[in-house]
Design a protein around this ligand. Structure first.
Ligand code: HEM
Length: 327
């Protein structure tokens, strides 16, 4: 039997249909990953990072009327095509769910749809890099897209919970680390959107991190630029940068603790990968600072943060009595 079959209004899901549905989710995840990578590349190059593309120093964002657009055309075109194709795959997933009726997935699918529509709407305001709130919302939307697509895929490729011996303690730990990662990632994008990366040029630090609290509201407001279109720096930047470093260390320590707990449950490879990703995220963060924000180091840093989010999602899924992890 192939295609959708109907009997008394009930739709059976054959093996091939299930495979096609899973493939569509996998394609959505692949598109979301490609989209966020190209998007980060375009954003950083337009902000002046990347010697071979850039015509200005980091923070040369132009004016609101004439924003700097240094990113190569292939990247801008690829971003457009990826975003449009992703929109179509999400419509396809919603259509399939409506046709088949799969209530177990509806929450993640609704969230995926809302985020996709939200990002499309935000795209209308994303031509410039003058509004940190828009940059952060855009970037976090990308992280959410990837996370939600991964959330939909995991139970389908490993319905028995990927063989993980889960416990409520492991799940709670994973959810806590996810919350910490979301906060730290938002802070990272805020650092990036305010060009605070260069505010503390030495690895040992530069300022009182608590200064962040005096300026946190300011970090979300529109950037002022000088006559050359360079973003103007304020006193908020050092505090912002130092807070990101310190919470980064806390996040890595929390990842280490979760890895230790998972190791005790026999998840040796999973724990090893988490430790390596957390260590590499710290290393690329420090390298970004030491080498004055190289494009490769900054993009690598971002990808490692994203990898950590995707890696812990299976442990965040509800623990089902039957399987370990359910959908
Ligand atoms: C587990 C810990 C960490 C996570 C999850 C994390 C995550 C992030 C993320 C998501 C961004 C935004 C990247 C982008 O805009 O594309 C960022 C930016 C940044 N992070 Fe981290 N970070 C961590 C630790 C650190 C540490 C320890 C340092 C420095 C010692 C650091 C330095 C930076 C810098 C300088 C930027 C700004 C890069 C730019 O200007 O675009 N990070 N971080």
């Amino acid at each position: 039997m192939s295609g959708w079959s109907s009997y008394n209004g009930q739709h059976d899901h054959t093996m091939s249909e299930r495979t096609a549905h899973t493939a569509l989710i996998a394609l959505t995840l692949a598109l979301a990953l490609a989209l966020v990578i190209v998007s980060a590349f375009v954003r950083h190059v337009n902000a002046g990072l990347g010697e071979s593309f850039s015509s200005g120093p980091y923070g040369a964002i132009g004016t609101v009327e004439a924003p700097a657009q240094h990113a190569p055309e292939w990247a801008v075109g690829a971003h457009r095509i990826l975003a449009s194709t992703l929109g179509l795959t999400v419509i396809g997933l919603v259509g399939l769910a409506a046709w088949r009726g799969r209530p177990r997935e509806w929450k993640a699918l609704t969230a995926l749809t809302v985020v996709t529509v939200g990002l499309a709407a935000l795209g209308l305001r994303s031509a410039t890099l003058h509004e940190p709130a828009v940059v952060v919302a855009n970037a976090m939307g990308g992280v959410a897209l990837v996370a939600l697509a991964a959330r939909l895929l995991y139970p389908r490729i490993a319905p028995g919970g990927m063989g993980f011996p889960s416990t409520p303690a492991l799940r709670t730990g994973a959810l806590l680390l996810l919350a910490l990662l979301i906060g730290q990632t938002t802070l990272g994008f805020l650092v990036s959107a305010n060009f605070a990366g260069l505010a503390c040029p030495t690895p040992s630090g530069c300022a009182r991190p608590w200064a962040l609290w005096d300026h946190l509201a300011l970090a979300w407001t529109a950037l002022q630029v000088d006559a050359q279109g360079m973003a103007l720096r304020t006193g908020a930047l050092e505090g912002l940068h130092m807070a990101h470093r310190i919470i980064g260390l806390v996040t890595a320590a929390a990842a280490g603790m979760l890895a230790g707990l998972a190791w005790q449950h026999g998840l040796r490879i999973w724990s090893g990968v988490l430790i390596m990703a957390a260590g590499a995220a710290l290393a690329t963060g420090f390298l970004s600072v030491v080498f004055g924000l190289e494009l490769q180091a900054v993009l690598g840093h971002y990808l490692l943060a994203l990898a950590m989010v995707v890696w812990i999602i299976p442990l965040c899924l509800p623990v089902s009595a039957e399987y370990g992890h359910g959908t």
